[in-house]
Design a protein around this ligand. Structure first.
Ligand SMILES: [Zn+2]
Length: 306
């Protein structure tokens, strides 16, 4: 159900039940992420805070429109700016996984403006890192009069510090960028192999749950199958080409006759995903920074033009 009071230009607000809402970005592409709102009884938890101040303020307005209790806590599903650069607007503590916190600490002085040349259509007004006050390891329980929220880190996947937020009383789980739907997943800062393991755990545990990913519409078990198929295909195709002595991610991408999920938005990300697949196969640690990012960005652009 959508509350007509809570419309916004870039999103649709879906009520999932019992004061739990998904704010779904209508586009889902680069930096256009989803947010969750969970009414705990006397306070609201905000899951991810958008990439700029304008959108974060829209989230605050939506909380008011929906007559939810005031936000008291932010959960950042991972460190990426599109999930955390709006934190300061809420003026409440934030929770992040310890690995995400570590990466965010390294990036905190990098101005989001560096992305402007790559994404001229996006507005980075007021975007900035605010480091979280609370750092979680593998599990945390948050209590409220409506029930207990469970936070888990399953393992490295989309990044090295992903956490999922289980809302048991309405069988819903916010999984951040472990799930993309109709938008190509991005594994560059994580690991394809670990991501597959994580998806299997989520699929096993939350088979009949509503799944809210970081980008795209509400997901389900079939979405998880599609993501697994995509990641598995990339690993298999990359391994084949490495055996032939080919290690250029663009060449490998172009060698795939029927690329998986090619009708999903931002499919040029395949080049970046192949780069991480190469690193997985060569046994680099998950999330190890790539040394050739500008070169990869050029290759990704080339792929989208071919
Ligand atoms: Zn994201």
């Amino acid at each position: 159900m959508t509350n007509p009071m809570s419309k916004c230009e870039w999103c649709r607000v879906e009520e999932l039940g019992s004061g739990v809402y998904a704010i779904l970005d209508l586009h889902g592409g680069w930096f256009r992420s989803n947010t969750g709102l969970i009414d705990m009884g006397d306070y609201t938890v905000v899951v991810d805070t958008q990439y700029n101040e304008i959108r974060a303020k829209d989230v605050l307005r939506i909380i008011e429109d929906l007559d939810l209790p005031p936000p008291r806590l932010i959960i950042n599903t991972h460190h990426h700016g599109d999930h955390a650069w709006g934190n300061h607007v809420f003026n409440v503590p934030a929770v992040m996984h310890e690995n995400a916190y570590r990466v965010a600490s390294l990036l905190k002085d990098v101005a989001p403006d560096i992305y402007k040349p790559f994404f001229p259509q996006l507005d980075f007004t007021g975007a900035k890192y605010t480091l979280p006050e609370i750092v979680v390891n593998n599990h945390l329980t948050l209590t409220g009069s409506r029930g207990e929220l469970q936070l888990y880190h399953i393992g490295p996947a989309h990044t090295v510090g992903d956490i999922i937020v289980e809302v048991p009383w309405i069988k819903t789980v916010f999984v951040g960028d472990i799930v993309f739907n109709k938008v190509t997943p991005l594994a560059l800062d994580g690991t394809l192999k670990g991501w597959l393991r994580t998806l299997n755990v989520i699929q096993e545990k939350y088979r009949d749950y509503t799944i809210i990913g970081g980008h795209g519409p509400i997901a389900n078990n079939e979405t998880l199958d599609q993501l697994k198929y995509y990641l598995e295909s990339i690993l298999v195709e990359t391994e084949k080409q490495i055996l032939k002595g080919i290690t250029d991610p663009l060449k490998i991408a172009l060698s795939i006759k029927n690329p998986p999920l090619s009708d999903w938005r931002e499919n040029e990300r395949i080049v970046l995903n192949i780069q991480r697949a190469i690193m997985d196969i060569e046994k680099h640690p998950p999330g190890e920074p790539v040394s050739n990012l500008p070169e990869l960005a050029v290759k990704m652009k080339k792929f989208s033009r071919i």
